[in-house]
Design a protein around this ligand. Structure first.
Ligand SMILES: [Fe+2]
Ligand SMILES: [Fe+2]
Length: 161
């Protein structure tokens, strides 16, 4: 799974106002799966989502896809912490991530849907209805699985080059 340099450049352009922002960089502090930070996980999901849309020639709103994918886990806490408020993390974090994304970045309806629906079918009522949300929902599961198993060696996992 590999992106062309022009595709990587396009992603940089689409994410330029958020990927290096102070708020987004906070995701580097939190562990997502294995040894992967939430920030690296979100970047993996961006790359895999974009790769899927390009290689399968699915017509998408690229800006919404990239930004929704990058912000899908922008909930800003470590879900491993034994804090009672994190007990229902699986169900509640898409809403938290969406609220943070709205607060810090300009996101539209499509990005909000991508973020809110990425945990489906766990969040039964939030079913992905757009192509972009479906792609991110699938890419998130794929990346989570690989990160959990490949990240055990203590190294970061870059899924899509
Ligand atoms: Fe998530
Ligand atoms: Fe995720």
């Amino acid at each position: 799974m590999r992106l062309a340099s022009s595709e990587r450049e396009r992603l940089r352009e689409l994410l330029k106002d958020c990927i290096e922002s102070r708020e987004a960089l906070r995701m580097k502090k939190y562990v997502q799966h294995g040894t992967i930070s939430t920030y690296d996980h979100c970047r993996n999901v961006v790359r895999v989502s974009y790769w899927l849309s390009r290689r399968l020639r699915i017509r998408v709103d690229e800006r919404a896809l990239a930004r929704g994918a990058f912000l899908h886990d922008f909930y800003l806490y470590d879900w491993h912490d034994k804090d009672p408020s994190h007990r229902l993390h699986g169900f509640s974090h898409p809403g938290q991530a969406c609220a943070n994304a709205r607060r810090y970045f300009k996101i539209g309806k499509k990005e909000a849907e991508i973020i809110r629906c990425h945990m489906w079918p766990l969040t039964l009522r939030h079913m992905p209805r757009s192509r972009e949300a479906l792609i991110v929902c699938a890419a998130d599961k794929y990346c989570s699985l690989l990160e959990t198993f490949l990240g055990r060696g203590g190294k970061g996992v870059r899924i899509c080059g």
